[in-house]
Design a protein around this ligand. Structure first.
Ligand code: BDP
Length: 636
């Protein structure tokens, strides 16, 4: 928020318009349900991970397509996939434009009688895909997967060339993008209108996978409930092909299993499976069941897919967030996928480390700020009992620029929301969908200065329709979870009426009231009470914190010292302890992370991490461990 504020003071508004690639007829939009089931290896399904060293070439003149680079890159260099392209090779850290990736692979001959798919985990921001020089499809939006059927395009007994053009220009009609008039956009280099580095490229694994041809499962949606000691898993199954029946088998860790037959009258069916003596999923006891859906005869199924899920409920009642009917308190962080050289590329050792550090200091939750993370993160959270607020990539939305751009952003958001829920809906760790981070009014800068939170009437109307529409869509796609967006300091409170609870970011004492702790605390405390009085919902503070240069110390209140950061976090947590309706405190941020270069971002880094980028604790991390583990008394 403060960025927006500071920048509106500096106020150099530039409009950067880039043309979104045209939808050429032969490029198809991927079928969203195809991403529901992550490629799985089992007796009837196969997968081949194409991670490794690929060919790569920048295309700063946008000439690749014209010159047929999908038939072979003229001057390729090596690049690792997954991984951001920015820091693997020289001279492309700040690159915004087209880049080409290419690899070659045999498709196993044993897959000949199967349907074959190509799944790309994340391409930031826009991708076009070819196989053997033939167009396959295109996809807009990073951090979410997309897949294409390639069965009829595979060459058997020889190598297949897979080519992916990835393009990362920032434009006002993209999400996130470079909103015309967006305050950060005019100050940052590269000029993204958001506070994290615009890392780009193929960030997650690319898979080839096979599914049985005569019939296969496309989508499985599990929702869970319980009554007394009985658990209920409701399974909604979508298939393709000739199977008319099948089975759903639920198996506990003790080997006990319950099953229910399914019968198709069309391609979809639903069934309830009742589990006696259920073990519920919770952070304290993250119990997972294997749910296997089989098509055809149980002795020799045509297709089979296993999901691990937990049985739990989540709801808001009065001022409480109830997990399995019991009030919970959220203690955690906002994070980023960010590591040197990897950029935003999957870095599993770092992911494993982060979970162990969260446990070390007693956190039970994090928000996937500001985009959905790699699938492996959710599987780990399911196992370790960490709660997730799953956030889509809609950061920095505004509602006062060109209506055409607003409408297009809304379309992109609708699609991303569908993709995120399709992908993540079966994870017990995901308790909440977050449809946007810090959507802002035009007057944000002056609102923050004057302590107001108004917006113009027309802007209000558009914002409420936009945000309310997204929250409603999330609830419609998944009525079993909470839905919200994260409100900015200085943002209109009534925009949040559509949310199940109030989730806000606040920076009193950092972007305002610098060094004036008594004043910062008074504002923070007063605003919490006011929001609660006006909206009557529980509050989770999804961001608060201060930058600290690791190793920089001061014995007076001095910004960027570890002491200042620690004092601020301590003060906010103390205030939260006095407010019974505050149900969550999430520190910004878990670890220091890379940003665009800007006046407030020394070394192009946001230093609000309680860990450094290489995961060493600052004083604030020890403070949290003391509060959340050593003194554990139910408080923040
Ligand atoms: C908030 C944003 C977050 C920023 C943070 C900050 O949600 O992305 O990194 O401020 O300024 O406004 O540190």
């Amino acid at each position: 928020m403060k960025n927006t504020f500071i920048n509106s003071l500096l106020a150099v508004m530039l409009t950067f318009l880039f043309v979104t690639p045209s939808l050429a007829d032969d490029f198809n939009e991927p079928y969203i349900p195809a991403i529901a089931l992550y490629p799985q290896q089992n007796a009837v399904r196969n997968r081949l991970d194409l991670s490794g060293i690929w060919n790569f070439q920048l295309d700063p003149k946008d000439e690749g397509e014209k010159n047929g680079w999908f038939n072979g890159l003229p001057e390729p260099q090596s690049i690792a996939v997954p991984g951001s392209w920015n820091d693997q090779l020289d001279q492309q850290h700040n690159y915004l434009g087209c880049s080409w990736y290419e690899t070659e692979t045999f498709v196993p001959s044993t897959w000949k009688d199967s349907e074959i798919g190509l799944r790309i985990g994340s391409a930031v921001y826009f991708a076009k895909v070819w196989i053997n020089g033939q167009p396959l499809g295109q996809h807009e939006g990073g951090h979410l997967p997309f897949a294409f059927a390639i069965t009829n395009k595979v060459k058997w007994g020889e190598k297949n060339r897979i080519t992916i053009m990835v393009e990362n220009k920032l434009s006002p009609d993209r999400v996130p993008g470079n909103v015309a008039g967006g305050a950060l956009a005019s100050q940052n280099y590269p000029n993204a209108n958001y506070d994290f580095f615009p890392y780009s490229g193929l960030h997650r694994a690319v898979w080839l996978y096979s599914v049985p041809k005569s019939a296969h499962l496309i989508d499985i949606t599990l929702t869970t409930n319980f009554q007394d000691t009985e658990g209920i898993i409701h399974a909604k199954v979508r298939k393709h092909g000739k199977a008319t029946s099948g089975t759903v088998v639920v198996k506990g860790k003790d080997g006990k299993q319950v099953s229910a037959p399914i019968r198709f009258n069309g391609d979809e069916t639903e069934v309830d499976i009742h589990i006696p003596q259920v073990k519920l999923w919770s952070p304290e006891s993250p119990y997972l069941y294997d749910v296997t859906v089989e098509l055809g005869n149980a002795a020799k199924p045509i297709d089979s897919y296993t999901l691990q899920t937990g049985i739990r409920t989540i709801e808001v009642k009065g001022d409480d967030i109830l997990l399995n009917g019991k009030p919970i308190i959220i203690r955690g962080f906002g994070k980023h996928e960010d590591f040197p050289i990897y950029g935003r590329g999957v870095a599993q050792p770092v992911m494993v480390k982060d979970f162990s550090l969260m446990k070390w200091l007693g956190a039970n939750a994090f928000r996937t700020s500001h985009y959905p993370y790699d699938e492996s993160v959710y599987a780990e959270a399911d196992k370790q009992g960490i709660l997730i607020i799953d956030e889509m990539p809609s950061v920095g939305l505004v509602f006062y620029d060109d209506q055409k751009d607003i409408d297009r952003r809304r379309k992109v958001c609708d699609k991303m929301l569908q993709e995120m829920i399709t992908r993540d809906k079966n994870h017990p760790s995901v308790i909440m969908w977050c449809v946007a981070n810090e959507p802002s009014p035009k007057t944000l800068g002056s609102n923050v200065l004057t302590g107001t939170n108004d917006a113009a009437a027309e802007e209000n109307r558009i914002a409420k329709e936009f945000l309310g529409g997204l929250v409603r869509q999330a609830k419609q796609l998944d009525p079993t979870r909470l839905a919200t967006f994260v409100g900015v300091m200085g943002g209109p409170a009534d925009w949040m009426e559509c949310c199940d609870l109030i989730t806000i970011n606040r920076y009193y004492g950092w972007y305002t009231n610098i060094g004036n702790f008594p004043m910062a605390e008074r504002y923070f405390s007063g605003e919490l009470d006011k929001l609660h009085n006006d909206l009557h919902k529980p509050i989770v503070v999804t961001e608060f914190g201060a930058d600290a240069i690791a190793g920089h110390h001061a014995n007076e209140d001095e910004m960027f010292s570890e002491e200042y950061q620690q004092k601020m976090i301590n003060a906010y947590l103390d205030i939260a302890n006095t407010k019974p309706y505050v149900k969550g405190m999430m520190i910004w941020a878990f670890a220091d992370f890379r940003t665009s270069q800007a006046l407030m971002r020394v070394r192009g880094m946001n230093l609000k991490g309680v860990f450094t980028q290489d995961r060493r604790p600052k004083m604030a991390a020890w403070l949290l461990k003391k509060r959340w583990v050593d003194d554990k008394n139910g408080d923040y």
